[in-house]
Design a protein around this ligand. Sequence first.
Ligand code: SAM
Ligand code: SF4
Ligand code: SF4
Length: 336
Amino acid sequence: MSVKINDKLGRPLHDLRISVTDRCNFRCSYCMPQEIFGRDYQFLDRSELLNFEEIERLVRIFAGHGVKKIRLTGGEPLLRRDLEKLVEKLAGMPGLELTLTTNGGLLAERAQALKEAGLNRVTVSLDSLDDEIFASMNGVDFPVEKVLEGIEAAKVVGLAPIKVNMVVRRGVNEQSVVPMARHFRGTGIILRFIEYMDVGTSNGWCLDDVVPAFEIIKRIDAQMPIKPLESNYQGEVARRWQYRDGSGEIGMIASVTQPFCGDCTRARLSADGFLYTCLFATQGNDLKKLLRGGASDGKISDAVASIWKARTDRYSEIRSSETTDLPKVEMSYIGG
Ligand code: SAM
Ligand code: SF4
Ligand code: SF4
């Protein structure tokens, strides 16, 4: 039985994002800059990662508190060995929507197996169609073509509707906005533009690097007229826009200029089993200690409920020059 719980600001727990690894094969400048995440960076040891049985157990407990949507993320989730086995375990639980966010680098060869394991949808990150710009952002010279092949494979096997995430950075890939929109228009794939955020402490974020959503909308509208659409559901992070000629929709994730904390129903579980109630949190709650310390399901369930019920996070609404410098956890660790 599932019993809904609300936080202190009345927001229900609805989504759980699970980071399955803090490692990545990319070094995106806005997430894991090479200078910090280089050879000497200490990633989590395998023994520290939650195993699939532990994740499954937690998902059951979260489902008991009203979670309906699970997103597997990272780091790069497709680097986690045998991820399909986890997908299979979670897909066996009734009433859960199961999605995955990936950089797409390994998707072409994994899409079929993920679909067969029971994954419902994928979101693929891609910041430009221009190889030079994309390489400058992914930090490892990764070619655009390979990501496009991954998206195509996901489409062929039916991991739909596919979403594509594009982080827009001033002076880096803003010129890719219109070509990306043109490329995905009419394909059924939903392109979502994400304002560059001050997650973690290593990307050197500053407000001048953010291209506000209204500017992105203006650029697209000037070439391919668009109009706003109603949200699909309460808590949807992307504001929806539709091409006026009916050739599809795009989304704007304007977490900097139009924060949506009031509707934020997402909890995040790090690969080593810490529960975070905000993407910009400085501290998490150690669920692995409970799992490995022999706590009963009831005890873990009570812990999750009391953490969620005490939640007051609204970072994006109160962002300022002071909050930006807080020792926030990294996006690659907590999961996007
Ligand atoms: N590695 C996978 C990927 O890139 O899709 C999953 C993890 S990644 C942390 C999840 C999402 O966070 C990606 O779509 C990525 O573009 C986005 N992201 C990472 N750093 C960001 C930042 N500083 N601002 C906005 N979005 C960011
Ligand atoms: Fe890796 Fe994703 Fe972060 Fe890029 S955004 S470095 S692909 S975790
Ligand atoms: Fe949710 Fe925190 Fe983002 Fe606000 S800042 S929308 S509370 S994750």
